[in-house]
Design a protein around this ligand. Sequence first.
Ligand SMILES: *Cc1c(COP(=O)(O)O)cnc(C)c1O
Length: 236
Amino acid sequence: MNTDALLERLAVVRERIARACDSAGRDPSEVTLIAVSKKHPVEAIMALYEQGVRDFGENYVQEWQAKAPELPQDIRWHFIGHLQSNKVKYLVDDIACIHSVDRTSVIKQLAKQADRAVDVFLQINVAEQDSKFGVPPGQTLELLERVVARPELRPIGLMTMPPYVEDPEVNRPHFEHMRALLRRCQQALASNARGDLLPFDRLSMGMSADFEVAIEEGATHIRVGTVLFGPRSYDD
Ligand SMILES: *Cc1c(COP(=O)(O)O)cnc(C)c1O
């Protein structure tokens, strides 16, 4: 592992975040960098940790279970991968939040396994791609209702993974759409009897290819892998 190169990439990403916030008139403290560490070793995670990174994203339960015990306790782990309901029980205690809630079976399992309120993002398939997880935008409020019905879950925002694009501007309308959906959810939640549902103000969107545009459109959590860690050895 080339630590110097890794730290150089971190500096570049932080600089790019700062510039995107500047151009959008946002405070950089509103944007959490989630370093997506799937398929990267604990040494790389530790090197970023030493530079102050505390939020890491993992996609695979088994991989995360192997790595997490070797790393500091105050890391906030974000589960961002597709979630199988039979794996939920391994996650609920030690994951800071789950970004990929998109169906009833997962909601039920989370509610069953949790002994504290688990923070969750609802995953929206904003571009309505066949190959992607998440609900189509038109089902956002319905999914929200199903989550709200479970006091063991605390919905905190929306997450999306738009298509991979060469030109990030192509995804701008998708990010705008997400912001509009977030507002619709906020309106729906304002009249809900549960007292712990607002502000519901988080948007998990933007990856290596498009995080600056996502920040300009209101992302609060960007999930960045490749431009930080370098290419993964294999991908899915
Ligand atoms: C892998 C992954 C990322 C990071 O992707 P990069 O293009 O490497 O930045 C972000 N979000 C999700 C859900 C992922 O699976």
